[in-house]
Design a protein around this ligand. Structure first.
Ligand SMILES: [Zn+2]
Length: 98
């Protein structure tokens, strides 16, 4: 099946689905799909954040005498943005800082 054939059959399928969504059998399958999709989203929320980009930040205390180090992390898989302070989250800070 070529890409355009696939897209055509997908469009046909969507049209048909729109027409038949109230058919009891179709409605039953759609309900199950929705449940599976919700469950899939729940599982995907458990992302291990292994594919990420990080940026180290620091305030060396020259202006306010409060020295601090942190790392900003963005997971490239799920998009979650996190900040870990070297004093508050030393373990995570070491894990992600470069
Ligand atoms: Zn993630």
């Amino acid at each position: 099946m070529t890409r355009s054939e696939f897209l055509t059959s997908k469009a046909k399928m969507e049209r048909l689905l729109e027409k038949m969504k109230n058919d009891p059998e179709v409605a039953k399958i759609l309900k199950k799909l929705k449940e599976k999709q919700d469950r899939l989203l729940e599982v995907l929320k458990q992302c291990p954040h292994e594919n990420y980009k990080s940026e180290n930040g620091s305030n060396t205390g020259n202006y306010d005498l409060y020295e601090s180090y942190w790392v900003n992390v963005e997971c490239l898989d799920c998009g979650k943005f996190m900040t870990f302070d070297s004093k508050e989250n030393p373990k995570e800070y070491r894990k992600y800082s470069k």
